[in-house]
Design a protein around this ligand. Structure first.
Ligand code: PFF
Length: 472
């Protein structure tokens, strides 16, 4: 059968921006700051950066190299490397199939908040309190579905336009705006100070110190390991590894592209944006709500705590709120595009169909699952116990199944395949093609990580997800 023509990025810049766009998402802007706040800032950041440079680098390099070596999407790529690992292609493809719809549901929440701020209606968020606005919105089956469809519509159109005219072009427009927005908002946040009703004045610089300086007071071994596991989980989430995306984007690179230097830049952008997001969120919440505000800001941080802070900023809060949700919108959209592209590419490569058909199949399935997830807060409301002892709605169940179970399984088996079956050289040789200098940096590190350290950490994460492992 004649091979369907595959797209490709026009050069390294397109690849770097699209891949950074995939990596930079809700993980950086929402998850990283609240984990950093929960885990005491500095120490979490230190561990996180070390993990990105070692563990994250290893997984990202392996997947991008597999993508370029095989030239196909994840569904077939693993089998092309070793027939016995064909099943892994299926699991790796199922991950974005599940994540994409619920990521678009959260994207819909961002559309609602962004639209409300940009249209000057922020007072409707504040009237009955940001918490009530959020619960009322997600439990409204009509508006939540409309916002979900709007967000998914944007992603679908871009994927439909293809690799060069859609994904690359959109990334080249959205990513520079995203960088400017986050740097601008971070600079503004650092100028903030506020005196509360008790006459206590707090400045952003004090908040920055809490964020950046490691606090070893009261640190126990079990606390240290819990921070280590949080940082490892976050690193996965943030780099978009183990979900077929890196294989897909790697398959669109040219042999003359220097993958090693591209990967360094992608890591730098992803970590830089996460650190800047923390630099915005933590000092801002600290200035207006003190350390108690930081302690109580969990996952609801973006949709409840931050709007409450924007309200306290007065008129500037409307502007900052609008710019902030625009930033989050771009970040989430470029990630959603990559999730949809991983699924679309797999369908195109496996079934040799044209892009519009593959995109339509992914769109159709995602509508069904996405609507069910939206209804999980209203018509289909249920509280489902999770293996880690918490209780969640449908979205939490899908998030748990993918991020806590399937992702570590895919990553673990990828390490086994590359480290022990096809051997690290099958990846390193691919990376050497197009590499400008004679030596590869972090080559020995790659071998040790992929064979020993990464599988061990992944196994611990998996056992922990089932509550089968705990540090004292
Ligand atoms: N890496 C992106 C983010 O940080 O948001 C994309 C992503 C990661 C999407 C994990 C979904 C997911 F479960």
């Amino acid at each position: 059968m004649e091979q369907t023509k595959r797209g490709s990025f026009t050069g390294s810049l397109g690849f770097i921006l699209a891949t950074a766009g995939s990596a930079i998402g809700l993980g950086n802007l929402w998850r990283f700051p609240y984990l950093a706040a929960k885990d005491g800032g500095g120490l979490f950041i230190l561990i996180y950066v070390i993990l990105i440079l070692t563990f994250g680098y290893t997984l990202m390099t392996a997947e991008i190299a597999i993508g370029r070596k095989t030239g196909v999407g994840p569904l077939q790529a693993y089998a092309k490397i070793d027939k016995r690992f064909g099943f892994l292609g299926w699991i790796a493809t199922i991950v974005p199939v599940i994540i994409f719809p619920y990521y678009c549901v959260i994207g819909g929440w961002i559309v609602e908040y962004g639209f409300t701020y940009i249209s000057g209606g922020a007072n409707t968020i504040y009237e009955g309190g940001a918490g009530n606005f959020f619960s009322a919105f997600i439990s409204n089956p009509i508006t939540s579905v409309i916002c979900f469809l709007v967000f998914m519509g944007f992603a679908t159109v871009i994927v439909l336009l293809g690799v060069e005219k859609g994904i690359e072009k959109a990334s080249k427009i959205m990513m520079p705006i995203l960088f400017l927005l986050i740097i601008g908002i971070a600079i503004y946040s650092l100028t903030l100070s506020h005196t509360d009703e008790n006459g206590v004045t707090r400045t952003a610089w004090e908040g920055l110190k809490i964020y950046l300086i490691p606090n070893f007071e009261g640190l126990t071994l079990s606390k240290f390991f819990s921070i280590l596991l949080d940082a490892t989980g976050q690193m996965f989430y943030s780099l978009s590894v183990a979900m077929g995306i890196m294989i897909t984007y790697g398959s669109y690179t040219k042999k003359e592209d220097d993958l090693s230097s591209s990967i360094n830049r992608i890591e730098l952008f992803d970590t830089g944006v996460a650190l800047l997001a923390g630099m915005i969120v933590i000092p801002t919440v600290f200035v207006f709500q003190g350390t108690e505000g930081l302690a109580s800001s969990g996952p609801s941080l973006m949709f409840v705590s931050l709007p409450t802070v924007f309200e306290q900023m007065g008129i500037w809060g409307h502007v900052v709120g609008a710019l902030f949700f625009l930033l989050v919108f771009f970040a989430a959209l470029t990630s959603a595009i990559s999730l949809m592209e991983a699924v679309t590419a797999s369908i195109i490569d496996r079934f040799q169909v044209k892009r519009p058909i593959a995109t339509a199949v992914c769109f159709g399935f995602s509508i069904v699952l996405g609507v069910i997830v939206c209804f999980g807060y209203s018509l289909l409301y249920c509280e489902i116990p999770l293996p880690n002892g918490t209780v969640g709605q449908l979205l939490d169940v899908l998030d748990y199944a993918t991020n806590s179970l399937l992702l570590p399984i895919v990553a673990l088996l990828t390490c086994v395949m590359v480290g022990w079956v096809c051997k690290p050289s099958c990846v390193l040789d691919e990376i050497r093609i197009g590499h400008k200098s004679a030596t590869l940096h972090r080559e020995k590190l790659f071998v040790v990580m992929i064979k020993f350290v990464a599988p061990m950490l992944l196994l611990i994460i998996l056992l922990q997800a089932f509550n089968l492992f705990s540090f004292m």
